[in-house]
Design a protein around this ligand. Structure first.
Ligand code: GLC
Length: 530
């Protein structure tokens, strides 16, 4: 049996603050206008200052760079755009030297068309790697093997004239899906996990974790009339190409590999319906430690009743011992500021940092970055062609007021973030009232207050624009109160000391008879019993 202390050390991820770095956009070190590993290393002091526990690093593998690194052509090498394997090893050791962890993106669902496995596979029908991908002959009438569509809403099958068969791609046509029904593929991918675990990474963020298996019969999916649809189909519509039986068992195999190295973690991007996410923690055997919770990220209406409803529903659906986690942003969705409005940015930070479990933030959201307006012809994301390009939320991190806001000495590969002359790291670091300093204070508080990491979560009465809950550990209790509206709210009966508020001057205030919350204020009150 592990002692309680070492169990907590092994399971550090349960209460961690994860910070997502989009490698192309964080820091350029070699003057090519694109971010790289050396650049990230140079910014580690910042992440340590901010109070980050773990960095989630987007893909830096050798790649054809059609999908910003998510189209991998060698799982065991670093793309020259980002640096070298030696540079990566240096990153691992420097992250560790600063007391942080490093999680890397892992993208097993598909490879690039340039991957040697795919090149072999497509060479002939009897190639030994043919079955490593999903190949099928046309249906009678020379049509695709099923009606499935890919992530861009285009047919998910691509005819390869060389052999007269179609290959399947859940994402772009340049990203053919690996066939995880083939045991050789499973073994090869597990070897890849070991390769990086041996290099010292602390875990993985498994990309497209629910998409690894497809229906063996390739049954058509129910589709509405295309013309009637205004937007790409939701994940729930992919009933035969995602969330298939067998997926959890496959993830459990990955988990066993990860668990054979102490203190590592397996996070996963699981885009499935609310009813189905809980099983991704595992069925008979553990699967993902942290299947992503997209509830706050997908919320259309950032209001107290909606936010409290999704929190409570999510927490009640968790399996026993399932660790909660909260994502505020990612490289795939518009910036937090765009989604919830600037007035809610501070409250959202207080909320995410005080809920039980792990919290994941996206680079630049701590500065309140907004989506950038990028002309179509400048976009690099291939999704732009289909009307939902993700470049606006991926622009370079603004560091200071020097040329290109300190990101690069060259013209950056994407335009700069809007209002970067004040929404930059250096500017906000010097302003005690900035969003950045609020993030830092919150991270510090999580670090210092056991109750925020290990305390029970007790929902409080929510009405109007008020959302409240309590965290409790032994006799220690913290009340979190958030005002989602433009008018003050008086909460009767509260007393205690303000340990943190989005209004800096309230820090340390003693509340004796009722708490008056200012518009959009988020406040943490240490309760004193009388
Ligand atoms: C995931 C990634 C996304 C990428 C896709 C294909 O959804 O988050 O950015 O395009 O997988 O790998």
């Amino acid at each position: 049996m592990l002692s309680e202390r070492s169990a907590m050390e092994q399971e550090w991820w349960r209460t961690a603050l994860f910070y997502q770095v989009f490698p192309l956009s964080f820091q350029d070190s070699n003057g090519d206008g694109r971010g790289d590993i050396r650049g990230i290393i140079s910014r580690l002091p910042y992440l340590e200052w901010l109070g980050v526990d773990a960095i989630w690093l987007g893909p830096v593998y050798r790649s054809s760079m059609v999908d910003s690194g998510y189209d991998i052509s060698d799982f065991c090498d670093i793309d020259p755009v980002f640096g070298t394997l030696a540079g990566f090893d240096d990153l691992v050791s420097q992250v560790h030297a600063r007391g942080m962890k490093l999680i890397i993106d892992f993208v097993p669902n598909h490879t690039s068309v340039e991957h040697p496995w795919f090149k072999e596979s497509r060479a002939s029908r009897d190639n030994s790697k043919r079955d490593w991908y999903i190949w099928r002959s046309p249906r009678p009438g020379n049509t695709a093997p099923s009606n499935w569509i890919d992530n861009t809403w285009q047919p998910a099958w691509e005819l390869d004239p060389r052999t007269g068969q179609y290959y399947y791609h859940r994402f772009l046509r340049q990203q053919p899906d690996l066939n995880f029904r083939n045991p050789d593929v499973r073994r090869a991918i597990q070897d890849v996990l070991r390769f990086w675990l041996d290099r010292g990474v602390d875990g993985f963020r498994l990309d497209a974790a629910a998409d690894l298996l497809e229906d063996e019969l390739l049954r058509d999916e129910p589709r509405e009339d295309d013309a009637a649809q205004q937007k790409p189909p939701a994940w729930k519509d992919h009933i035969f190409s995602t969330d298939r039986p067998g997926t959890i068992e496959l993830l459990s195999e990955f988990r066993s590999v990860v668990d054979s190295y102490p203190g590592r973690v397996l996070l996963g991007e699981v885009n499935v319906t609310k009813a189905n996410f809980a099983k991704y923690y595992g069925l008979e055997r553990p699967a993902l430690n942290l299947p992503f919770n997209f509830e706050l990220l997908n919320l259309k209406n950032w209001s107290a009743p909606h936010v409290s409803a999704v929190i409570d529903q999510y927490l009640t659906q968790l399996p026993p011992d399932g660790c909660p986690n909260w994502l505020l942003g990612s490289h795939d969705v518009p910036r937090l500021r765009q989604r919830i409005g600037s007035e809610h940015l501070q409250g959202a930070a207080v909320l995410a940092f005080t809920l039980p479990g792990a919290v994941l933030i996206y680079y630049g959201d701590e500065l309140g970055l907004d989506n950038a307006e990028i002309p179509q012809e400048v976009m690099v994301d291939p999704y732009a062609e289909f009307g939902f390009g993700r470049d606006p939320q991926r622009v370079p991190m603004p560091w200071d007021n020097s040329a290109n806001f300190g990101f690069s000495t060259a013209t950056p590969y994407l335009p700069c973030a809007p209002e970067a002359s004040s929404r930059n790291m250096d500017y906000q670091k010097r302003d005690h009232r900035s969003l950045l300093n609020l993030y830092r204070r919150l991270a510090e508080l999580r670090g210092n207050q056991n109750v925020l990491r290990h305390g029970t979560y007790i929902p409080g009465p929510c009405y109007g624009h008020l959302l409240q809950f309590r965290r409790e550990l032994g006799s220690h209790s913290l009340n979190v109160a958030l005002n989602f509206g433009p008018d003050p709210i008086l909460i009767e009966g509260h007393q205690g000391k303000v340990v943190l508020s989005t209004s800096l001057e309230r820090q340390g205030e003693t509340i004796t008879d009722g708490l008056l919350l200012q518009p959009y204020e988020g406040l943490i009150l240490e309760q004193t019993s009388n």
